[in-house]
Design a protein. Structure first.
Length: 295
């Protein structure tokens, strides 16, 4: 796993830098997934470019960088359309919530909660191949994980849980993984969400993003991350088989070919989905490594 992560990190970093140089914007997936994967790897002893990560996180915190419209988007519009960007940046490293921009993000997220208790997905997320209701559920789950666990967010959490209680059976592994992560975070019973996630594993090893599809690095990374937080060891059969799946499907350049989550792409592999899918493969594997001193 360490060899595979070491091989993937240069790819993740190069693709993140290329995105920033070419697009000049953060994107809800692209830059945050790069930051999170490299931060997670750094916490397990991998050498990471500390200055670059810190500077990129600061750069990413400015709303003008959230779309290619820059200042023309307007702050109110940028905020409302980038709930997922803010939550992804908050979750990119444990101390993000204590930064000035992290505190600002959390206050903004609380102000953007919808009357039904949900948060609205933005950017291209509504174009993903799943029902609109589940997309709102996923955005709401990510947001709950990014909010502080204190009295300032308790009312919002209660409303969000009421919204989530009306969920239909999951269409994506992402929602199953997030349900397990939230149960762990809240200190609630984890057996039911754990079993639902394990049941969605592909017979050949690994997890797909969309339940019933072929396994991929994105769905597998999400699932492995959730299972590690739930205390499932890498020796457990499903986890071990998923890790073998990742190790056997990594490409020579360090990436994994990952199908797009957009409905119009029909499951075709795209560069962007490969980028953040590779980042999540790193996150999932790193979650099952013991910490080592940074090199």
């Amino acid at each position: 796993m360490r060899e595979a992560i070491g091989k993937a990190l240069p790819f993740v970093e190069a693709r993140g830098k290329a995105w920033i140089e070419k697009r000049g914007c953060v994107s809800c997936h692209q830059v945050p997934s790069m930051l999170r994967s490299m931060e997670d790897a750094g916490s397990k002893g991998f050498a990471v470019p500390r200055q670059f990560l810190d500077e990129t996180a600061e750069w990413s915190s400015h709303w003008e960088k959230w779309t290619n419209k820059g200042e023309d988007a307007g702050k109110a519009q940028a905020d409302s359309a980038n709930v997922d960007t803010m939550t992804a940046l908050l979750l990119s490293k444990p101390e993000a919530g204590a930064t000035e921009w992290g505190k600002r993000f959390r206050a903004t997220l609380l102000s953007l909660q919808q009357p039904d208790g949900s948060w609205q997905p933005g950017g291209q997320l509504p174009l993903q191949a799943r029902p609109a209701r589940e997309q709102k559920e996923v955005t709401t789950l990510w947001t709950l994980l990014a909010l502080p666990k204190d009295a300032s967010a308790e009312a919002a959490r209660k409303k969000a849980r009421a919204f989530l209680s009306g969920a239909s059976p999951a269409v994506t592994v992402e929602r199953l993984a997030l349900e397990l992560v939230l149960a762990v975070s809240d200190g609630r019973e984890t057996q039911a969400p754990l079993q639902r996630l394990l049941a969605a594993r592909s017979p050949v090893g690994g997890w797909p993003w969309k339940i019933g599809a072929d396994p991929d690095a994105y769905g597998t990374g999400l699932a492995l991350h959730a299972l590690a937080l739930a205390g499932v060891s890498r020796e457990q059969a499903d986890v071990a088989k998923a890790l073998r799946f990742l190790l056997s499907t990594q490409k020579p350049d360090g990436s994994w070919a990952v199908p797009s989550t957009r409905a119009k792409d029909g499951g075709k592999v795209r560069p962007t989905s490969t980028d953040w899918g590779t980042a999540w493969a790193v996150i999932g594997m790193a979650a099952h490594l013991s910490a080592r001193p940074a090199r």
